[in-house]
Design a protein around this ligand. Structure first.
Ligand code: AMP
Length: 415
């Protein structure tokens, strides 16, 4: 027996209502903030991510699904969406449209991670990107949008955590200060941090290993090393969050897993759970489009995992609108009735009613049981008499009451 690969999940019909609910809320919020949908390939040239997300990141080094296709090209299943959106922006000359170009996507991302609750090897992301404008008001708008999205889902308490990690200019000075701080402790930190020290020092701050905490806590903070422009950008962004009345916390240790971030970074965290279970996150990536071969173009965005929303909704028992099932079940007895039933089902469906018709030669009792198990509210029963008189016996499954109804009337009743 085959099983779904480790870290992947099947979304069964009974879970679909949660997924539709989240997708509809996502589409609604995007409409309110002026984002249009873009659909992107699930695999890209590997180089897009090694360049974009960054060579020294965990995602690229340890988690990416990379393969060679039959033509000898190195491709990667996308581990995230931002790099692909930026690639599409450049490829289709979207800089010619009014800026910022606001795009959203919903689709799978692949990361070879250690599976656990809320962490999968294939998960689905809803993400938004606003490309072509460096205004800090846009950062605040993206955070506001993320906040309103989680709020509209009805999820319990969550917190927006923000930080600024500066631009390429001020980051250089900050990274040397950070390394100077870690250098004397390098033998005391975990093996991962020893690698981060060499390859990706910013991520030192992100380590969850208890033995690294005192060193990370005492480390210099990026916000203290911002250049004048970045300081002003950060202050303006916070001022806009104030106007928008978005409560936020500053975490001066917050950094994110990708190299492309500049200036604003943020996460939305559930009040219980902490950063390991973040609901969503994002930030500004002013250097990314240039890194991918375009002209210097600023951008800001956020992404969230749909599985985590669905987990939250089920955990908190939040009711979601059910997906409507069939309105009527057609039961039949005998060959002639079966033909009439098929014809009736076709008529009803062509007029827009959702209909199930019994298949196989089951007894009436079995057919009624089937309709009941499927939760279909009405059953139209057709036997020899009904065929002759052009009627059906319409049974209300809640009251078990039955009445003879002409076929034309049934069409009116259920459509
Ligand atoms: P990231 O692209 O790492 O910033 O992640 C954005 C959001 O995607 C996170 O806040 C999570 O909600 C979700 N996410 C990231 N990785 C996973 C994963 N392996 N499984 C499920 N959800 C994930």
């Amino acid at each position: 027996m085959y099983r779904a690969p480790r870290g992947t999940t099947d979304i069964l019909p009974e879970q679909q209502a949660y997924w539709r609910y989240v997708e509809q809320k996502a589409a609604r919020i995007c409409r309110l903030y002026g984002y249009e949908r873009i659909d992107l390939p699930m695999f890209e040239d590997t180089g897009l991510f090694t360049r974009g997300v960054g060579e020294g990141t965990d995602i690229v080094e340890k988690e990416m699904y990379v393969f060679e296709d039959r033509g000898g090209n190195s491709l990667a299943l996308r581990p995230e969406g931002t790099a692909s959106v930026c690639r599409a922006y450049l490829e289709h000359g979207l800089h010619n449209r009014p800026q910022p170009v606001k795009l959203f996507y919903i689709g799978p991302a692949f990361r070879y991670e250690r599976p656990q609750a809320g962490r999968y090897r294939q998960h689905n992301q809803f993400g938004c990107e606003a490309i072509g404008d460096a205004d800090p008001a846009l950062d605040a708008e993206v955070i506001d949008m993320a906040w309103q999205f989680f709020f509209s889902l009805g999820l319990g308490l969550f917190t927006v955590v923000i930080n600024s990690i500066g631009c390429r200019k001020c980051r250089t000075e900050y990274l040397s200060a950070l390394k100077e701080h870690y250098r004397p402790h390098i033998d005391d930190v975990c093996p991962d941090c020893q690698v981060r020290f060499r390859k990706n020092p910013l991520r030192l701050l992100d380590c969850k290993n208890p033995r690294c905490q005192p060193i990370a806590d005492g480390a210099p903070k990026s916000a203290d090393y911002l250049c004048l422009e970045c300081t002003e950008h950060y202050a303006e962004m916070k001022r806009h969050l104030g106007i928008l009345e978005i409560p936020f916390k500053e975490d001066r240790r917050l950094v994110r897993g990708f190299d492309y971030y500049t200036r604003t970074v943020f996460e939305v965290q559930p009040e219980a759970g902490g950063s390991q279970s973040s609901l969503g996150g994002g930030g500004r990536y002013d250097g990314l489009l240039e890194e991918l071969g375009g002209k210097p173009t600023p951008g800001v965005g956020f992404a969230t995992g749909i599985e985590r929303m669905v987990l939250g909704l089920t955990r908190e028992n939040i009711p979601v609108p059910p997906i409507p099932g069939p309105e009527v079940f057609i039961a039949h007895l005998g060959n002639e009735a079966r033909d009439a039933a098929m014809k009736l089902a076709a008529t009803l469906r062509r007029k827009g009613a959702a209909v199930l018709i019994s298949t196989g030669g089951r007894s009436l009792k079995a057919q009624l049981r089937q309709a009941n198990n499927l939760g279909i509210p009405r059953v139209a029963i057709i036997g020899e008499d009904e065929v002759r008189t052009g009627t059906v016996m319409l049974r209300d499954m809640t009251t078990s009451r039955q009445e003879s109804v002409p076929v034309e009337k049934l069409v009116e009743l259920v459509v």
